[in-house]
Design a protein around this ligand. Structure first.
Ligand code: AMP
Length: 216
């Protein structure tokens, strides 16, 4: 069983890289942000609780995040392991997590701040199937339309300059210092996230001794 945390600044490609690893290595991919977005889209009680917080770029309360993570992991649908993305984001969340789960490693995607704004503001999401696009690196064939399901592409509510500034400040103040904490206890592999998706994936595999990546 393999258990990883994937960390990195907004726009560093955590979700994209986690999905590639998960599909190929039969890991479950847990994204706390995706769980929240699903709940907002489906108008659940949890969605109503977090909608405005997420849109403003602020962090959701630790107790609520921890209960979501606990619930999701308690499904035990991760026989071969998991890769968790977007969690932990501060010292309290890291403590909570490491009390309950041992992990094999922390994948740290490194992207300079100058590149973050450019990437994040170009990010689009399919309103139907949720597929990720990027107007720089992964354009849809027809403008604003999903190649797979034909639904309209939209920007995330929190991918605007104001919310991004709040999210980046949180990352630098609270999340980035966790890398040092993990580095003392767990294996942290830092990978250059400025490279194309396939190269980043190959570098992660090499760094963590995982089966080589063969893009389809
Ligand atoms: P993400 O997709 O990881 O960028 O997360 C989107 C938003 O969901 C964040 O800006 C927060 O508002 C919320 N969120 C996701 N993960 C966490 C977390 N671990 N702690 C607090 N809030 C979170």
């Amino acid at each position: 069983m393999r258990k990883f945390i994937i960390m990195g600044i907004q726009g560093s490609g955590k979700g994209t890289q986690a999905k590639l690893l998960a599909e190929d290595l039969t890991l479950e991919h847990f994204s706390v942000g995706d769980i929240f977005r699903w709940n907002v889209q489906h108008h659940t009680k949890l969605g109503a609780q977090v909608k405005r917080i997420i849109a403003s770029g602020r962090l959701v309360d630790d107790d609520l995040v921890e209960s979501v993570v606990k619930d999701r992991l308690s499904d035990h649908d991760w026989n071969y392991g998991f890769i968790i993305d977007g969690f932990p984001r501060n010292a309290r969340q890291a403590e909570f997590f490491l009390e309950s789960y041992d992990i094999d490693g922390v994948i740290d995607l490194h992207l300079p701040d100058e590149e973050v704004m450019r990437r994040v503001l170009a990010r689009r999401l399919c309103s139907g199937c949720g597929l990720d696009y990027n107007l720089i690196a992964h354009r849809p064939r027809k403008p604003d339309t999903c190649d797979v399901c034909g639904s309209t592409l939209v920007a995330r509510d929190d991918d605007n300059p104001e919310a991004l500034a709040v999210r980046l400040a949180h990352y630098h103040e609270e999340t980035k210092p966790l890398i040092e904490i993990f580095d003392r206890k767990e294996f942290v592999g830092t990978v250059d996230a400025t490279k194309p998706v396939d190269e980043v994936q190959a570098a992660i595999r090499e760094r963590f001794g995982l089966p080589a990546y063969h893009p389809s």
